[in-house]
Design a protein around this ligand. Structure first.
Ligand SMILES: Nc1nc2c(c(=O)[nH]1)N[C@H]1C(S)=C(S)[C@@H](COP(=O)(O)O)O[C@H]1N2
Ligand SMILES: [Mo]
Length: 301
């Protein structure tokens, strides 16, 4: 079960390296996060990924169901009730059903992972997630042969979601992964930040985190997980296929049609913060490049 990884990426790395924490239990993770906080940003020199503050991570969000502004999710998502929460698992799977959130995650190992997070809008953060590997969840529900993709769906709650009432996107927000991407040990189902339950604006009670892909792949407040044999539709591809593909891999060499993806603005550094070069696969190239061998990444973007 134990998989050991080195967390040795620095902001000024030019050669991407492995960049996520070793497995830890949530309690150890909480203590680790606190120690990290106390150590402060000075830790960057030692080569660790230094997390953004809780305030930065929870006050600057994209969650269009609650509005298109970066402050809208913080302002509006508090009205969403996440208890009870149920998640439908269906499609090509042994144990389909409507699972209560607690039942679905029961027995899965929650750990802390500190991941770089890169938005397609060319800003970035470092987030200490608490969560479990999607692969562990998929093992629990039993993926059947023939399944090739995993599709995800976000809750649609018009009463509390002003963005849904206004129809700013075609809701429900949907996303998908190829099965091998979903099974990769970097792919997390996150249930918290900094050892606390997931804040609503960050996708309570459970959201996907795929650190080598642009942030929009990391779908929030999930209510449905479907194993399928066809490439599932994805919200941003539906909204603008020219600008957003199914793969959404961070790639500094493939620009967004309206802006460069070669560099990014780290959130939290203030207005004079230097842009930093964006790394291939957001710095996780060593771990994930093999998934895309033989693919033309300028076509499969
Ligand atoms: N349901 C849903 N999930 C979503 C989004 C959204 O609008 N709705 N926005 C995506 C985008 S564009 C980004 S950058 C990340 C932001 O995650 P964060 O707010 O936790 O930083 O959430 C992603 N997941
Ligand atoms: Mo994003």
């Amino acid at each position: 079960m134990a998989k050991r990884w080195q967390n040795n990426l620095t902001w000024d790395d030019v050669t991407p390296k492995s960049a996520f924490m070793s497995r830890r239990q949530i309690m150890a993770g909480g203590a680790g996060a606190a120690a990290m906080l106390l150590a402060g940003r000075g830790r960057a020199e030692t080569g660790d990924l230094v997390p953004n503050s809780y305030e930065e991570i929870t006050a600057y969000n994209n969650f269009y169901e609650f509005g298109t502004g970066k402050e809208d999710p913080t302002a509006n998502a508090g009205a969403m009730s996440t208890e009870p929460w149920s998640i439908k698992v269906d499609g090509i799977v042994d144990k389909p059903g409507d699972y209560a959130f607690g039942e679905l995650i029961e027995g899965l190992t929650i750990e802390e992972r500190i991941y770089r997070f890169r938005c397609v809008e060319a800003w970035s953060m470092v987030v200490p997630w608490n969560g479990f590997e999607l692969a562990d969840l998929l093992a629990k529900v039993g993926v059947q042969s023939g399944a090739k993709y995993v599709a995800f769906e976000t809750a649609v709650l018009p009463d509390v979601m002003p963005g849904v009432r206004r129809g700013v996107l075609d809701f429900p927000y949907v996303e998908g992964l190829r099965l091998d991407e979903a099974m990769h040990p970097l792919t997390l189902m996150a249930t918290g930040i900094y050892g606390k339950p997931m804040p609503n604006q960050n996708g309570a009670p459970i959201r996907l985190v795929v650190p080598w892909k642009y942030g929009f792949k990391s779908i929030k407040s999930i209510v449905r997980i479907t194993l399928t044999d066809k490439e599932p539709p994805t919200s941003w591809n539906k909204a603008n296929a020219r600008e957003y593909g199914f793969y959404s891999n961070v790639n500094p060499e493939v620009n967004h049609p309206r802006w460069s993806q070669a560099s990014e603005r780290p959130i939290g550094g203030g207005i004079f913060a230097k842009r930093i070069p964006t790394l291939m696969f957001n710095g996780y190239e060593e771990e994930v490049a093999s998934l895309y061998e033989g693919m033309d990444l300028s076509k499969s973007f």
